[in-house]
Design a protein. Structure first.
Length: 231
């Protein structure tokens, strides 16, 4: 199986080298690494090149960035990973096993690199194969053929793009096409830094409800930014 690892970035110089080193150390030479940058003002693009990743550059917006990365990918399976996340060392074997047994897409559960006890609640919920328990912080794999059938991420979703794709996946292929792998990715708590635990989770829940109600993604993004970064 040829795996294409796609990393959307925007000013990720503090995290990207660690992730690329980890991925190169733990994959068996059958994975390519593509960094899809959204106009970083720091050293992110230079570091991606220095560490041997392919780089795609364009305007910011995670859905568009991931689509551009996928357009350059050669793999049979795409694996989307945020720069501040480290997957399990077994990621290649785990994904290969799930694809071999008929799964079209899937994600990991997650664990936080933080001592905040309350974050254990989020980590436990991430084991549930429910749409509202999903998100980009758990990483996400999908077969190329399935990706093409779904036409990738819908770029009108300037937020909630993963939820939209998973909803379309469930509708078109059924819930059994998707799996949760019960190993953990390790993610930062940077969203919670400067924000209280309940403040972040209330904002997440409100954004999810707005999305389920069909609100304009731009309105959801304005709400989310105002709630977490301007209060």
């Amino acid at each position: 199986m040829q795996l294409s690892i796609i990393i959307p970035t925007l000013n990720e110089e503090n995290y990207l080298p660690r992730l690329i080193r980890f991925l190169r150390w733990h994959h068996p030479g059958r994975a390519e690494i593509i960094v899809s940058d959204g106009g970083s003002a720091d050293a992110t693009p230079a570091l991606a090149r220095a560490y041997g990743a392919k780089i795609v550059e364009g305007p910011p917006g995670r859905a568009g960035q991931m689509n551009r990365g996928a357009a350059k990918a050669r793999g049979d399976v795409f694996y989307f990973v945020h720069a501040d996340i480290v997957p399990p060392a077994s990621f290649y074997r785990d994904i290969s096993h799930k694809c071999l047994h008929g799964k079209l897409a899937g994600r990991y559960a997650m664990w936080f690199a933080s001592r905040r006890p309350a974050l254990m609640i989020n980590a436990l919920f991430s084991h549930l194969n429910l749409l509202w328990c999903s998100g980009g912080d758990q990483t996400f794999f999908i077969r190329r053929s399935t990706w093409e059938a779904l036409a990738g991420f819908d770029e009108q979703y300037v937020i909630m793009e993963e939820y939209d794709l998973l909803r379309r996946l469930h509708h078109q292929f059924g819930p059994k096409a998707f799996t949760v792998m019960h190993r953990h990715v390790l993610t930062t708590d940077r969203k919670y830094q400067g924000n209280g635990y309940w403040k972040v989770n209330r904002a997440n829940l409100k954004a999810f409800r707005m999305w389920r109600q069909g609100k304009d993604p731009r309105a959801i993004l304005r709400f989310y930014r105002a709630k977490l970064f301007q209060d």
